[in-house]
Structures are given as C-alpha cells and as structure tokens.
Design a protein around this ligand. Structure first.
Ligand SMILES: [Zn+2]
Ligand SMILES: [Zn+2]
Length: 605
C-alpha cells in the first residue's frame, strides 16, 4: 500500500511512501517519514494500492488517530487553493502540535469517523452595534457547544475567562501548553463542548449542533502573515456553509466585504445596529492652523476638563504617511485614476501611485484651492508628548507605541501607560482600555490614515475612530482634529451612524472596482537582477490571462522587491494558480522568490 503524504513545504504535490505491513494509517493522520535526509512530520492525504517496492517506508505514526476527518481535509484543500498555499503548509499552520511522543503503532485501528454535522437551522448572522457581545454570550449559552475564533492569544485568554464563568472552556490557541492544546482538540471532537482558539483552531473537530463563532471580524489580526494567507472570516463562512452550521460573527465596524453581504442579501443576516451610549463628539477643523500647536483649543479644553474630573485621557497619533496634503484646504493629492493617495518621494521630487504606477510631477500649488503649501506634514508621538507635558506639567503622562516597544522595555512602558492620566499612543494603545473606560479620546491628526496609499484608508480611519468612541462610551467626549472635517467617516462616527459610512464607502469601492466588487492580489518578487527578470516574466504570464487586470510592476524597498497588483473576479485564486503554475515550483533562491497574497488587508507602504 502507498501513502501520499504532504509536508510543511511550498510544494503542491504530496510524496509517496510504502506503508509497512500491518500498519493501518488513515487519511488525515499525521506520520513521520524521511524527507530530504530528515525525519519530518507530514499528513496522509491519500492511500492507494500499487507497486511500493521502490518506495521508502513510513517511519512511524505520529499520533494514534487522524487529527482531521474527510471534511476537515477537504476544507484544508479549499484553504490552500484560495490562498495559493500548499496543503502541507496549511495543515502545519492550522493543526495543533503533535502531542505524544511518536511511537510505531502497527495494527492500531483508527476510530470510525465522527458523524457528519446535521443541519440545525443553519445561517450566518452578523452582530453589530451596542450589546453585540452580550447577545453573542446569550446565543452561546443556549447552544450545545461552540467554537469561538478570536483574533489573537490575548483575546483567547480574555474570552476563555469570560465564557468559563458558565461552563468549562477548552483552549485551542498557543497561549496554553502544546499537550493541553492537543488534548483539547481530541476532546472537542469526542465530547463536544465549548472551545476558544485563534486561527489555528479553524479546522478543529466540532460536533453537530455546535455554533461557529468569529469575534471582532474587523480585526486585521484575523489575517496574520505566513501561509496560508487567508482571513479567518472567509474560512469560517466556508466551513459554516459546508457543514450547514449556524455561524455568528461580531464586529464593531465590519469589513466592507462582510457588510455588503449582510446588506445585500449575500446570505448573511444582520439586525439593524442598536445605538448605544455615545460620547459627545467634536470635530475640530485644523485646515490652515495645525502647524503651530498639536492641540487645538477644543482638544486642550477637553483634556483639562477630563483631568479635573479625575478621568483618563487617550491621545491618538498616527504614523506619518508618505503623501502630501494641502495645509490650507486639507485636500490630499490622489491618483486621478485610482483615487489612492500618491506617494511622495523627496529625492525624485515626484508623486507616484502605488497601484497603477503613474507618476505625477510635483505641483507648486494645491489643485483644489490654489494654496501654496503642499506637505507631508504630521505630528509624531514625541512632539505631541512634548507639547502635552508643557501644557499639563502636573499630569502623569506616558507614551505607548506597542508596535515600537517590545520585550522588557515594552513591559515597563506598558506599566507606565496603565498608571498614566494621559496616554499618548498609536492605534495599538486602544487595547489598553476597555469599553466606556475613558473620559476623553482625542485624535491629534487622523488625516494621516487617510493619506495611506491604500484603498482601505477610509475604512481604517473609520474603524479606529469608532473603536475609540466605544472606549469612551456615554459619559465622556471624543475630539477629532482634522483637515478633512466633513469626511463621511468622521460624520458617521459623530452621528453614531454605522450604515452611513458604508453607504458612502460602498459607492466609492463600486465606482473604482475595489473589493468586494473585484478581488485583488499582490504578487511580490524578491532578488537582485534575477529577481527583476523573474518579475518581468511573471508580469508577462499574468498579462496573458484575459480574466486579470495587471498593473505594471512597482519597485519596493529600494529596488529589492517588485510588486505587481492584479485585479480579478471571484475565481481569482484559480486563475492566478493557472497563470503562475510555472513559477510556483520550488526554485533556487538565487533565481528570485515569488510570493502571492490574495485579498490583502493591509497595503504595503
Ligand atoms: Zn488646497
Ligand atoms: Zn493610480
């Protein structure tokens, strides 16, 4: 008998091994087998009769029973195809570690596969608005079991504690020991129950009747780097449909993709968002004045009043963007075709579009108002901190930038931020605060987010400002200083009008052919001169497909990489796989490295 085994490698096809006499491995079971001179863990994708005399034998069974059943394997294949990853790498990323020491288990019989899920009032529901988490907890309490997927390990610990008040919770994420995790996987399949995990729990066994849940769909941590590059929301929706399982998603500000499905009869139901307690929102117009002082009078006044009331202040500062805006009217210089912010290169004195590669010579005056100052101006964290300390010398002030502070120094900064009256931070600083815990959230210059050369720039800004409003709640204030004070994202937050934002954003996406109306992929090729040649070959192969719109390669990271943006339709992964077949086979690194990401959530900038 021959076993077809897939490994954690970027190779599409499985490898064949002889099954020693008396062994009975099953599909979906992990085994140890020799590969490239090493003992490697792989997963059995298939078994067949054939001439196995010339094949190397399997070394051992890595676990007594299959970790995936037939439906789980099929879902893994779907994920691999959608993300242009290999099935082996997909399984390696989405399965718990092999727990028990590997021992040969000749003759051990795999248990009968568990029964297929029976339809139980299947459907997909999106929970938005105030009280969405309370409603989710009620639904979970009524269900016989549930698999709750959260964005990261921190959230897994929080949700396990929350759900654990009512009944035992199995942890499937890497925040617990490998053995605990592996045992939780096995127990969930055998006995059912309630489980919490990150994306590595997406394939875990789940008894009939249990709910599939995805928390905080809008969190970009649901699509981490590394294969398979796919958003957990897409896997949860696919799995729910395959197993006809009731699926629930929560989001403060859902992705436009999900909103369109919910609003446009795309198979997702959504109750109209319930309004909740909301802060007093002030939008402070900074056109023409922002350069002198990072805090305008309305924001400075709000800080003073909040401190006087003994409540906490969060000032959010965004990283500087590499594009220009008019100091007078706030207008951002954008690509006329793509509407993306143009990226300014000081050395070349040009503006370039990161999508269509158009370059525009630097202009002297604002095309919108004729103003004379176009600049990449913005406030950095340090300068804002300096200004705040000068203005409020007696307040306890801390700076918190989780992306820039790691390790012991990060811990010390986190402790300082937790004790501070005024925290000055980037968007990650929001995580320090629970719902309705702030007296004031102030945005120094969220326009930087609108200046990102990313079609999701408006969605990002909206999500961040909305999240800050929820952290303030009904007894505090939100002050937004902006050069774009009438932007629909800000107006939607001011009116607590979730639907209002999506109305405008969906129109923009539809007009310019951005997701969800078309699908996008980023094809990145790295490597010196050989890499450039490879990029040209890849671009030519993509252009040969009539199903794709291919933009010219753009140089990145000082010419070390070239990026090709591709627009396609619902079948984009399959079309890309066919067009790039010749390039996806393993090749020496010296000949260039190609990487494909379908449905990117963050644009490289
Ligand atoms: Zn202007
Ligand atoms: Zn463009």
């Amino acid at each position: 008998m021959i076993a077809e085994v897939a490994f954690d490698a970027p190779v599409d096809h499985p490898f064949s091994y002889r099954v020693p006499a008396g062994w009975a491995p099953a599909r979906g079971q992990r085994v140890l087998a020799p590969l490239g001179g090493a003992r490697r863990v792989g997963i059995v994708l298939g078994l067949r009769d054939g001439d196995d005399a010339a094949l190397k034998p399997l070394l051992s069974l890595a676990e007594p029973v299959p970790v995936l059943d037939a439906a789980g394997l099929e879902l893994a294949r779907w994920i691999a195809a959608e993300s242009l990853s290999s099935v082996g790498s997909t399984c390696a990323a989405l399965l718990p570690p092999v727990a028990t020491p590997a021992t040969p288990a000749p003759g051990e019989r795999a248990p009968a596969p568990r029964p297929a899920a029976t339809p139980t009032g299947a459907g997909v529901e999106l929970l938005v608005g105030a009280g969405r988490e309370r409603r989710l907890l009620e639904r979970i309490a009524q269900a016989p079991g549930a698999l709750v997927i959260v964005p990261d390990v921190e959230a897994a610990a929080r949700w396990a504690q929350r759900l654990g008040k009512a009944r035992p919770v199995l942890r499937l994420d890497s925040g617990v020991d490998d053995d605990v995790r592996a045992e939780a996987w096995a127990r969930l399949g055998a006995d059912g129950g309630l489980a919490v995990g990150t994306r590595s729990a997406l394939l875990s066994p789940l008894p009939p009747g249990a709910l599939l849940v995805l928390v905080d769909e809008h969190d970009i941590a649901h699509k981490p780097p590394g294969p398979p590059r796919i958003h957990s929301r897409d896997v949860v929706l696919e799995r729910g449909a395959r197993e006809r399982r009731h699926t629930l998603l929560t989001a403060a500000t859902p992705s436009v993709e999900l909103w369109v499905r919910a609003a446009d009869r795309g198979g997702v139901t959504m109750a109209p968002p319930a309004p909740g307690p909301w802060p007093a929102v002030t939008i402070s117009d900074t056109r023409g004045i922002l350069r002198r002082e990072p805090l305008t009078p309305p924001l400075a006044r709000a800080v003073r009043e909040t401190l006087a009331a003994g409540r906490r202040v969060l000032l959010l500062v965004s990283r500087l963007a590499s594009s220009l805006a008019c100091d007078e009217c706030g207008e951002i210089t954008r690509c006329p075709q793509c509407a993306l912010a143009l990226v300014y290169t000081r050395a070349a004195a040009t503006l370039a579009c990161r999508l269509c590669a158009t370059t525009v010579p630097l202009m002297d005056t604002c095309p919108h108002c004729g103003g004379r100052r176009l600049s990449p101006f913005g406030w950095g964290l340090e300068r804002v901190e300096h200004a705040v300390r000068r203005r409020f010398p007696r307040a306890r002030v801390a700076r918190w930038d989780p992306e820039a502070s790691r390790g012991a120094r990060g811990e010390a900064q986190r402790a300082a931020a937790a004790a501070a009256e005024i925290v000055i931070g980037t968007r990650g600083a929001l995580r320090l605060f629970g719902p309705a815990s702030l007296g004031l959230a102030g945005f120094v210059s969220p326009d930087q987010l609108l200046r990102l050369p990313d079609f999701r720039a408006g969605e990002r800004m909206f999500g961040l400002v909305w999240a800050a409003a929820e952290r303030v709640g009904g007894h505090g204030s939100l002050v937004i200083q902006s050069q774009n004070p009438t932007h629909y994202a800000l107006e939607a937050v001011a009116r607590q009008d979730l639907a209002g934002f999506y109305r405008a954003e969906v129109k923009f996406r539809a007009e310019l052919g951005y997701p969800p109306f078309r699908r996008l992929a980023l094809v990145t090729v790295r490597g010196g001169a050989e890499g450039r040649r490879l990029a040209d070959e890849v671009a030519a192969a993509l252009r040969a497909s009539s199903r794709l719109t291919v933009y010219p390669p753009v140089a990145e990271r000082r010419e070390r990489a070239r990026r090709i943006v591709v627009k396609g339709h619902a079948d984009l992964p399959a079309v890309l796989a066919a067009a790039l077949e010749d390039f996806r086979a393993p090749r020496p690194r010296s000949r260039g490295i190609m990487d494909v990401e379908v449905d990117p959530v963050e644009w490289p900038s």
